[in-house]
Write a protein that binds this ligand. Structure first.
Ligand code: FES
Length: 119
């Protein structure tokens, strides 16, 4: 059985509508997580890439937030339409999509290119 090569954590944290920090759930993160899981399964990658629910990733103002490990690539403002590109470029090819990076050095990746997925 294959071992997971990447874990993708999608923040699905939900807060009350009047909470000053807002939340990723209100920006559609559950649908994004579902789309990610579905696409990974459709492409036969679910045995090597694990899509996980995450609680608050402490980057609320940039939501929907996700992080790809072990590469430590943090993306913000993720939309459902970005999922295929994230799978193609980041998850499979190890490439950072610069327009999705959270614009805060605290979340900067160590590199812009990581090892490709071994298929
Ligand atoms: S609510 Fe998603 S990062 Fe905090």
């Amino acid at each position: 059985m294959s071992r997971y090569q990447r874990h993708v954590f999608v923040c699905i944290n939900e807060r009350p509508p009047d909470h000053p920090k807002g939340c990723c759930h209100a920006k559609g993160s559950a649908e994004i997580r579902d789309a990610l899981k579905e696409e990974l399964k459709k492409r036969g990658l679910a045995h090597v890439v694990r899509a996980n629910n995450a609680g608050c990733l402490d980057a609320c103002e940039y939501g929907v937030t996700m992080v790809v490990y072990p590469d430590g690539v943090w993306y913000g403002g993720v939309k459902k339409e970005d999922i295929e590109e994230i799978i193609d470029r980041t998850i499979i090819n190890g490439e950072v999509i610069q327009r999705l990076l959270i614009p805060n050095g605290r979340y900067a990746p160590d590199a812009l290119q990581f090892p490709k997925l071994r298929l």
